[in-house]
Design a protein around this ligand. Sequence first.
Ligand code: SF4
Ligand code: SF4
Length: 98
Amino acid sequence: MNFKPKQKKELTRASELSTMLCSIGDMTWNCTGSWRNMRPVIVQDKCIHCAICWKFCPDMAVYIEDNIFKINYDYCKGCGICASECPKQCIAMEEEGK
Ligand code: SF4
Ligand code: SF4
């Protein structure tokens, strides 16, 4: 089973504006940009596929593809919640750009 990240929606009609404004709290609309200073990196061979990181990520940035847990860095804010909650401590928070 794959849970791919949602695609960013483009506003194509004025009538969609109200939907967009109502969804302003949905982080799938908002790419992170360049301000993240830490990024989570999953050490795949320690991962037990428990999905806790996927459940806890407030930005829906963790997804599953081919039974591998991955981070969508377009949306990850670098908060570190996934790393804190991972029961196997297999998510390392690394400095961005290193
Ligand atoms: S660092 Fe935060 S935003 Fe990024 S994947 Fe982990 S929980 Fe989600
Ligand atoms: S919380 Fe840790 S062990 Fe569980 S799926 Fe995520 S990376 Fe793997």
